[in-house]
Design a binder for this molecule. Structure first.
Ligand code: PNW
Length: 472
């Protein structure tokens, strides 16, 4: 099984999950620094204060990436590390923070690893939350644009792939709807407002990049997350429920950018006044505002038309504001579960890719995250023989390959994650990494699946010379 020439192979991380150095060199606090201090919000009272200490040890980590044969590395910039207050004010830019990312980018390029940079992976500067209501404030679009411009200016000579936002759905539903992620708010109105201003902020940053930095010759886009929703039965109401669930999950953020410049009709009908309206100019600037379709995909659930006693079975509830969707979700008890309780269903990945290609006119898709949490059983030699993760990656990469066979324009795949890290409200309990991180000593050791994954990468590089080492 061979992937198309030029297919991008990488891993992904995010700043707060790996960097540590939470107050190093004048970094400002983020909403996640604060959220971790609220008793009970994060398992075991864990925080990202030290995390993988990547801020101090990034050169070792880049060497690990090189040893895995990675061609691309997706990471995020911590906004409060480069702009501690989040706003462009006199003296508000931290040169030390900029220096860190600049050195990281140089180290990657020296190893032939292409940097893919996410501007917002959830660590909002705390002052923007406490003083200005975070993503609920329309003016945040100007602050985000100023921050994005700074990044383009400082790093755009070397960074050719930008992602404005990681997973607006998580920011809004988990951060403003269910309150399980920072800033910890619970509402059935605020997610739609926050989502609205995230989309406006995205469009502004893209406009800025395209009008002022065209000469840098890079690409810019947005990454959304979506699980697959399979109709529970052949009943029409279950088919409608599955489609509705996908539109509330992914269509919410993807239709405005890739299809119509506006929210899906079914959301307008069901959410009514709680769903804000775009101006004509905003619609125009949103439509076409992504050079590629970034997708984070993890799992699959069945969807059925809602019954009153509908069960919620996912870790984070049913994938949106449930009363607005009226969809019951469930899983097949036969499906294998990861430690995170997300079901392993590779065919769901293939179907979702096809659904995206069909709905959005075959965009260039990059899977910017896919992976699983599995327990690490450490062997006496310090390595981890993680057969479960290995079979997860084999299954999902086969599904990706099949999707390409179905005509989907899939251009790349980033494994989540490079190494075990701070898994948000779950702290350090779950291990998503290709590299084992020993939390006592912060020693890092490749797991067996990491070696297998690097075989896939290298086999593709060899272009037909070593079929026996290829996937399948
Ligand atoms: C993503 N859901 O988060 C994030 O981009 C990563 O930072 C994170 O570590 C990874 O997936 C694993 O959790 C998600 O509830 C969190 O559907 C929750 C959901 C999806 C993605």
């Amino acid at each position: 099984m061979r992937f198309p020439e030029g297919f991008t192979w990488g891993t992904a991380t995010s700043a707060y999950q790996i960097e540590g150095g939470h107050d190093a060199d004048g970094k400002g606090p983020s909403i996640w620094d604060a959220f971790c201090q609220v008793p009970g919000r994060v398992a075991e009272g864990d925080t990202g204060q030290l995390a993988c200490d990547h801020y101090h040890r990034f050169r070792e980590d880049v060497a690990l990436m090189a040893s895995l044969g990675l061609k691309a590395y997706r990471f995020s910039i911590s906004w409060p590390r480069v702009m501690p207050t989040g706003r462009l004010e006199k003296g508000s830019i931290k040169r030390e923070g900029i220096r860190f990312y600049s050195d990281l980018i140089d180290a990657l390029l020296e190893h032939g690893i292409e940097p893919w940079v996410t501007l917002y992976h959830w660590d909002l500067p705390l002052a923007l939350q406490t003083e200005r209501d975070g993503w609920l404030n329309p003016e945040i679009a100007d602050d985000f644009e100023a921050y994005a411009r700074l990044c383009f200016e400082e790093f755009g000579d070397r960074v050719k792939h930008w992602i404005t936002f990681n997973e607006p759905w998580v920011v809004t539903i988990l951060g403003y709807g269910q309150g399980v992620f920072a800033p910890g708010r619970e509402s059935n109105v605020e997610p739609y407002i926050a989502g609205h201003h995230i989309l406006r902020s995205h469009a502004k940053a893209v406009q800025c990049y395209r009008s002022e930095f065209e000469h840098q010759g890079g690409k810019i886009g947005i990454t959304n997350n979506c699980d697959w929703r399979e109709p529970l039965t052949d009943r029409p109401e279950d088919h409608e429920a599955a489609e509705r669930a996908l539109l509330f999950y992914l269509g919410w953020f993807a239709d405005p950018v890739f299809k119509t410049g506006d929210y899906p009709e079914v959301m307008r009908e069901r959410v009514g006044d709680r769903l804000p309206e775009f101006t004509d100019e905003e619609r125009r600037s949103l439509l076409g505002s992504s050079d590629f379709f970034g997708l984070n995909h993890y799992t699959t659930m069945f969807a059925a038309g809602a019954s009153k006693d509908g069960a919620e079975q996912s870790v984070y509830g049913n994938g949106g504001i449930s009363e607005d969707q009226e969809v019951d979700l469930s899983v097949d008890p036969e499906w294998e579960l990861t430690e995170f309780k997300w079901a392993v269903v590779p065919w769901g990945c293939r179907k979702l890719l096809k659904w995206i290609a069909d709905r959005y006119g075959s965009p260039a898709i990059y899977i910017t995250e896919n992976g699983c949490a599995m327990d690490d059983v450490v062997l006496p030699d310090g390595t981890v023989d993680d057969q479960d993760r290995l079979s997860f990656y084999r299954g999902y990469l086969e599904a990706c390959h099949q999707a390409i066979g179905d005509g989907v324009d899939l251009r790349g795949y980033f494994a989540w994650s490079l190494m075990d890290n701070f898994e948000w409200a779950s702290g350090y309990k779950f291990r998503f990494g290709l590299v084992h991180v020993d939390r006592q000593t912060l020693k890092r050791t490749p797991k067996s699946s990491a070696l297998w994954y690097s075989d896939v990468v290298r086999a593709n590089e060899l272009q037909g010379e070593a079929p026996s080492r290829c996937l399948g």
